[in-house]
Every structure is written in structure tokens, then in C-alpha cells.
Design a protein around this ligand. Structure first.
Ligand SMILES: Cc1cc2nc3c(=O)[nH]c(=O)nc-3n(C[C@H](O)[C@H](O)[C@H](O)COP(=O)(O)OP(=O)(O)OC[C@H]3O[C@@H](n4cnc5c(N)ncnc54)[C@H](O)[C@@H]3O)c2cc1C
Length: 263
């Protein structure tokens, strides 16, 4: 018999997790597993901790509670730069449940919001107060996520692009996000992240290297396009083959970087 346990704080919920227990975020994925009779889930652990619904901007940093949903992001004026990302997650019903925390755990080809967070160099806070760079957190994804935080980008510094076969709700053939920081007209400390190009969202480090010191124009980005999939081994699935993902990535990277069609 499935038991549902609700705790007033994230710390208590974290302590209640263990063998046979599953944390419930918005439930857009967990409920499907339960409906299909997931036999490994004996207890559902949830929390009503209001801190997990927080959206805060403090000293230039944005803090998003783990239970903030895609619909909450779309309603927030401070997060308008993330609206295209939240809008790209499922349809309206999914967006009203899908949480920021849950997105970090979504299996391939999902995880579009995580791609954006990776490009924003987000930190992940877990119950107990520890803080981890998102890239490292994605390697083992352990611990109950309470929030994510990142420096607010300057206007026009952040861009996101999702490639899908079915509009408006299709899953990613690939998704891409970048933060194009500049210093004296040259790109500096750029971040580029991809989704659906590996088992989890990944940074495109060869691209980042090639963009360092470059100008944001056709000539400046050419070396980065040539290295668009360096070091990556994209999966083949029902949406696209690894070959297709590799062949088309430079085209979409070009559009992402130069702002064509989809900012
Ligand atoms: C029809 C459909 C379409 C979808 N389309 C997209 C899409 O286009 N793009 C996309 O990115 N995703 C998509 N998804 C996947 C999913 O809705 C989102 O990724 C969503 O953000 C997951 O969040 P959730 O809160 O619903 O997760 P849940 O279902 O609550 O949880 C998912 C997993 O994450 C764990 N988890 C949740 N929150 C936390 C936390 N705070 N700390 C630790 N572990 C946690 C859970 O224990 C569980 O294992 C789709 C899903 C469906 C059903």
C-alpha cells in the first residue's frame, strides 16, 4: 500500500527519504510512474515548506525555490528572460505542475529548464544548506534540492533555443542556451549548454573555449561552430539519430548565438 507523507519543512522531508521513498515535486513524471504501477515506490514524500516556492532577487542574484513551477516562471516579471524556456516545457497542464527542482531529474530528452540553468552557471542548494555547482550536481544528483540560484544576466546576454518536431509541445531534438558575457566588445566567460545531446544537460566546453575573446559576428563565431559537438556523443532515439543531432547542431548554434528566429 502506497503511503503519502507530507512534512512542513524540507529538512524533515529530506530526513524521511530513503529506500522505497520518492520525493514528489510537481508530480508530472512521478505520477505517471505511479499510474504505471512503479513497484519500487512504497512512500511518497512531499513538503509544504513555503521557502521552496520562493522567487527572490537579492544583490543581483536570482533564487528559485525547487517547487517553483514553469507556470510561476511565466507569471514573474523578473524572470521574463526565462519565459521562452518555461514556455518550451510541455503544454499548459504540464507547466502548471513541472517544477524547477524536478526538471533537474527529468530523463532524456527532457530537462529544458536545466539547460538554461547550466548556461547561467546556477548553484544548487540542497536540504542541510550545502551548495553545489549545477554541473557537478548533475553528475550524481543526490540530495533533496531546495533551490537554485544564479547571477541575473544583463539584458540580451541570455538566449535559448529548442528544436522539436512537434509544435508547440514536442520534446527536444536538442535544446541550447547561452550566456554571452562581453568585455570591451569581446566575448568573455561565455557559457553554452545543450540538452538532449547527452544523458543529461551538458556544457559545450569546446564551443565556450572557441568563443573566448571572439567577436559576436559571423567571422568571430566560425571556429565555435566548427567545434559545435566536439567531445559529445549524442544519443539516438525516436526523435533523432546521433548523426542527425551532430550534423544539425552547428546550424542551431549559429542561430542561437546570432539571435536568429528564436530569442
Ligand atoms: C506530457 C509531458 C510533456 C513534457 N514535456 C517536457 C518538456 O518539453 N521539457 C522538459 O524539460 N520536460 C518535460 N516533461 C517532463 C517534466 O514535466 C518536467 O521535466 C518537470 O520539470 C519535472 O518536474 P516535476 O516537479 O513534475 O517532477 P516530479 O515528477 O515531481 O519528479 C521527477 C523526479 O525528480 C525528483 N525530484 C523532484 N523534485 C525534486 C527535488 N526538489 N529534489 C530532489 N529530487 C526531486 C522526484 O523524486 C522524481 O524522481 C514533460 C512531461 C510530460 C508528462
Amino acid at each position: 500500500m502506497l503511503r503519502v507523507e507530507t512534512y512542513p519543512t524540507a529538512a524533515e522531508a529530506a530526513r524521511a527519504l530513503g529506500p522505497g521513498a520518492r520525493f514528489l515535486g510537481g508530480g508530472s513524471l512521478v505520477m505517471i510512474e505511479l499510474n504505471y504501477g512503479a513497484s519500487d515506490i512504497e512512500r511518497i514524500v512531499r513538503t509544504t515548506d513555503p521557502a521552496l516556492k520562493d522567487i527572490r532577487v537579492e544583490a543581483g542574484r536570482i533564487h528559485l525555490g525547487a517547487l517553483v513551477t514553469m507556470a510561476d516562471v511565466l507569471r514573474s516579471r523578473e524572470l521574463s528572460f526565462l519565459a521562452p524556456v518555461a514556455q518550451a516545457v510541455g503544454g499548459p497542464a504540464v507547466r502548471s505542475a513541472a517544477s524547477v527542482g524536478g526538471n533537474l531529474f527529468a530523463p532524456h530528452p527532457y530537462g529544458d529548464f536545466t539547460v538554461a540553468l547550466l548556461a547561467l552557471d546556477a548553484m544548487v542548494q540542497t536540504a542541510g544548506g550545502a551548495s553545489h555547482p549545477l554541473e557537478g550536481y548533475l553528475a550524481d544528483r543526490s540530495g533533496l534540492v531546495t533551490s537554485v540560484s544564479f547571477a541575473a544576466p544583463a539584458s540580451n546576454e541570455f538566449a535559448f533555443r529548442k528544436v522539436r518536431r512537434v509544435r508547440p509541445k514536442g520534446a527536444s531534438v536538442m535544446s541550447m542556451a547561452c550566456r554571452l558575457s562581453r568585455s570591451a566588445g569581446q566575448l568573455s566567460g561565455v557559457r553554452v549548454a545543450y540538452g538532449a545531446m547527452a544523458p543529461t544537460a551538458v556544457r559545450a566546453k569546446a564551443v565556450e573555449q572557441a568563443l573566448e575573446g571572439a567577436t559576436l559576428d559571423e567571422r568571430g563565431i566560425a571556429p565555435a561552430l566548427a567545434r559545435a559537438t566536439e567531445g559529445l556523443d549524442p544519443p539516438t532515439d525516436a526523435l533523432a539519430s546521433a548523426w542527425y543531432r551532430k550534423e544539425t547542431a552547428p546550424v542551431h548554434l549559429h542561430r542561437l548565438l546570432l539571435g536568429e528566429n528564436a530569442r
